[in-house]
Write a protein that binds this ligand. Structure first.
Ligand SMILES: [Zn+2]
Length: 323
């Protein structure tokens, strides 16, 4: 079955590795062999930037430079697998790559705050091949506020620049990703965006009460908007006791389908994006994705339904937004 995984943090792990790890060969959760075994059609690679990594007056320049560095590196890694992989900028690229037996790499930015009020940097990122921006991470930034256990922060909406960014992303054909955002920001984005939006790696809050997850109302709104939510494997977002077995992931998928609709659920594993000692994760590598597929079959999902979750829904949104 074709898979589109809308979120992994492997790009940062490769950039920071001291052992010369590559995308082709590494001990992480996502590598070339694993993607092949998973039947990956497209893997989204997040270029995640930790907003507090640098201090001082030039911190935003340095953060932006780090993002550019990471983007260059992941492109080189994909280039080094040019027989098996290629960059994709739209749905047509993904289909073309698939026809020629190649896995697509879709580049994303996680932490829109690095552009620091400079809308031209968004255009530059687009030219560099970035096709999805996760506007927020877990800090307040120039666009808005993060998910939080503090109710006051959680209800805060987007800032003026956040609206400006969404407007420009709609024009450019970039996916607006509301994962990590405050609830108030989510509702602003849903109402304001002209195009469907995504929560690339977020689960159901009614099954696991973490502010990173989506409420039933949010899931419904996402579905009505034509967007998708990608099921996240991080144990902390799956079960409050931080155990993520196949049945638990399937339970989230089932609930998300019940709330958002069968056309609004996708996969956003978050592989390589968290501490693996932080809880128990059964499916910890892309090559084990078939375990979840079989669980869904066991739970009564049809082939057609699984196909939508695995790739069809993500593909529809990619086509609608990126062209
Ligand atoms: Zn994330």
């Amino acid at each position: 079955m074709n898979l589109i995984d809308m979120h992994c943090d492997t790009a940062g792990k490769i950039l920071d590795s001291k052992n010369g790890e590559s995308l082709r060969e590494n001990p992480f959760s996502v590598n070339l062999e694993g993607m092949k075994k998973a039947g990956t059609m497209a893997q989204f690679f997040a270029n995640f930037i930790y907003l507090k990594q640098f201090q001082g007056e030039d911190k935003y320049e340095r953060l932006y430079e780090r993002a550019m560095c990471m983007i260059r590196r992941i492109k080189e890694e994909v280039g080094a697998c040019s027989k098996e992989m290629a960059l994709a900028l739209n749905a047509q690229d993904i289909l073309h790559n698939k026809e020629t037996g190649k896995i697509s790499a879709v580049l994303t930015l996680e932490e829109g705050g690095i552009i620091n009020h400079d809308i031209h940097k968004l255009d530059e990122l687009y030219r560099e091949g970035i096709r999805l921006v996760t506007l927020m991470w877990n800090f307040e930034n120039c666009m808005g506020f993060p998910n939080s256990t503090d109710a006051e922060i959680m209800q805060k909406g987007l800032k003026a620049f956040g609206f400006e960014v969404i407007e420009r992303m709609n024009e450019l054909g970039m996916l607006v990703d509301v994962a990590h955002m405050s609830d108030g920001g989510f509702w602003d984005a849903v109402r304001f965006s002209k195009a469907p939006i995504v929560a690339s790696h977020s689960n159901a809050r009614s099954l696991c009460a973490h502010p990173r997850n989506l409420t039933d109302e949010m899931l419904k709104a996402l579905g009505e908007k034509g967007g998708v939510a990608g099921v996240n494997f991080y144990p902390r977002f799956v079960r409050e006791d931080m155990i993520a077995m196949r049945e638990d992931l399937a339970r989230h998928i089932k609930h998300m389908v019940n709330m958002a609709g069968i056309d609004a659920v996708a996969v956003g594993t978050d592989f390589d994006g968290f501490d693996y000692s932080d809880g128990t994760l059964e499916i910890d590598k892309s090559e084990k994705m078939d375990i979840l597929c079989h669980q869904l079959q066991k739970d009564g999902f049809s082939e057609g339904q699984i196909d939508k979750i695995w790739s069809g829904n993500a593909m529809r949104v990619i086509e609608e937004v990126m062209g």
